[in-house]
Design a protein around this ligand. Structure first.
Ligand code: AP5
Ligand code: MG
Ligand code: ZN
Length: 223
């Protein structure tokens, strides 16, 4: 099963990915995480991505699509995955559809986490992430058990360079202009599932689980 997490910067895609991963047993493919990992390793891709990410702009479609297709061809993605932060443009959505179609597959659902702009900025400005596994935390709403340390792997927590107020605003602008059209794209395809992301991490996770259960139910009915 191929699932997509859609939502603005700070909506909680990375946070809720854990819930989906555990429930569905799918690998988590997050383009932002892949680009940050490439930067950490100092690869050519990492350097290129950095020049866009630090300005809050999207990395060009061609580069992004190539990276994702490589990742999707790995054995662990053969039966599906959870895409987080991809697709982000109509061109990326079409490229994904084409690639899956070629293998007789398709996107089962686009899970859209909806959050208001003020709350997004509050979340981004208080976020800390793990240097090793990239798990997200928040100073107020999701603090780690031990200050500065990741609950999951013990890694050091740091603030992303693109979480400054100026870059966060730019990322939101880019989201509204380039990514919002995807919402209609998946709605028209009958695959959009809206989740109210304004509530607590637990409440949003619960709503997401209910949506996933309805998907599984749908599958059973079709069999
Ligand atoms: P990416 O890393 O994907 O960043 P993003 O889309 O801006 O999304 P975020 O990771 O900021 O937010 P999130 O929804 O994951 O929120 P989180 O769970 O962390 O992309 C970074 C950059 O890479 C892009 O700007 C672009 O340059 C490039 N890029 C990536 N993909 C690309 C693509 N496909 N094409 C081209 N370029 C691409 O939560 C945020 C905070 O809120 C955390 O602190 C968390 O603890 C807290 N929080 C979460 N949920 C709640 C809740 N319910 N209540 C209270 N607090 C909460
Ligand atoms: Mg994220
Ligand atoms: Zn960690």
């Amino acid at each position: 099963m191929y699932l997509i997490l859609v939502g603005a910067p700070g909506a909680g895609k990375g946070t809720q990915a854990t819930v989906v991963k555990e429930k569905m047993g799918l690998p988590h493919v997050a383009t932002g995480d892949l680009f940050r990992e490439a930067q950490r390793q100092g690869t050519e891709l990492g350097l290129l991505a950095k020049s866009y990410m630090e300005k809050g702009q999207l990395v060009p479609d061609e580069v992004t699509v190539k990276m994702v297709m490589e990742r999707l061809s790995a054995p662990d993605c053969a039966r599906g995955c959870l895409l987080d932060g991809f697709p982000r443009t109509l061109e990326q959505a079409r490229a994904l559809e084409q690639a899956l179609k070629g293998q007789g597959k398709s996107v089962a659902a686009a899970l859209y986490i909806k959050v208001s702009e003020g709350e997004l900025l509050r979340r981004l400005s208080g976020r800390w992430i793990c240097r090793q596994c990239q798990a997200p935390y928040h100073l107020v709403s999701a603090p780690p058990k031990v200050k500065g340390k990741c609950d999951q792997c013990g890694g050091e927590l740091y603030q992303r360079a693109d979480d400054t107020i100026e870059t966060a605003r730019k990322r939101l602008e880019v989201y509204f202009n380039q990514t919002m059209p995807l919402i209609d794209y998946y709605r028209q395809a009958g695959r959009l599932k809206e989740i109210d992301g304004e509530h607590s991490v637990e409440a949003v996770g619960k709503e997401l689980l209910a949506v996933l259960a309805s998907l599984e139910g749908g599958k059973r009915v079709r069999k």
